[in-house]
Design a protein around this ligand. Structure first.
Ligand code: FES
Length: 135
């Protein structure tokens, strides 16, 4: 008997965090954290590949080269917010794309979405790999 497969969620809509804040969501069933660092948004998988601690419970730090890392509270591995790469280790966490919700062509849809969110600015968190695979 044919059973249609459930579509995988390739993107999630979240309220844009204020500078210095973060929001958490899931995309494709995976936890994702979105940080706003001085107005720029970064989205990474939120589970440390070492022992599974929640990365977004760690602090952010500026590296000597000016890049920003999140420091895992488990054993203090550091992950670059732009690349997801761990410092001095081969492990990395997935990087997600951010799209402004205003990129939707139908402005009435945007207004509906933001009205549902109490007027807050919204963004999409996108798993580009899943979207390219047609999930
Ligand atoms: S669980 Fe993250 S460094 Fe060990």
């Amino acid at each position: 008997m044919y059973e249609p497969q459930a579509r995988v969620q390739t993107r999630a809509r979240v309220e844009r965090p204020a500078p210095g804040e973060l929001v958490r969501t899931t995309v494709g069933g995976n936890p994702v954290a979105v940080w706003n660092v001085e107005g720029r948004l970064y989205a990474l998988g939120d589970i440390c590949p070492h022992r599974g601690f929640v990365l977004s419970e760690g602090a952010l730090m500026e590296e000597k080269d000016g890049t920003i890392s999140v420091v895992c509270q488990g054993h203090f591995w550091r992950f670059d917010l732009t690349t997801g790469q761990a410092a001095f280790r081969p492990e990395c966490v997935k990087v997600y794309d951010i799209e402004d919700i205003e990129d939707i062509e139908d402005i009435e849809d945007v207004e509906d979405i933001e009205e549902q969110a109490g007027g807050a600015a919204m963004v999409w968190v996108v798993d580009r790999d899943l979207e390219q695979r047609g999930a």
